[in-house]
Write a protein that binds this ligand. Structure first.
Ligand SMILES: [Zn+2]
Length: 59
């Protein structure tokens, strides 16, 4: 018996930080990354003064 570990289930990675995307915020991992991506589009080349978000709310 061959266990099909290779399912055709593609879990996309968040284009912003590379974490696994959540179903709620797909294709992003969180609302924060969604906003970030949007800001990128709106203000490409803008330097947004730092909010070092090392940790999003994951737990
Ligand atoms: Zn993310």
């Amino acid at each position: 018996m061959s266990s099909s570990s290779a399912r055709s289930r593609r879990r996309s990675a968040c284009p912003v930080c590379g974490a696994f995307a959540s179903d709620a915020d797909a294709p992003f991992c969180s609302q924060g990354c969604r906003d970030r991506d949007l800001l990128r589009w709106l203000g490409e080349g803008y330097a947004i003064p730092g909010t070092p978000t090392d940790r999003d709310e994951e737990s």
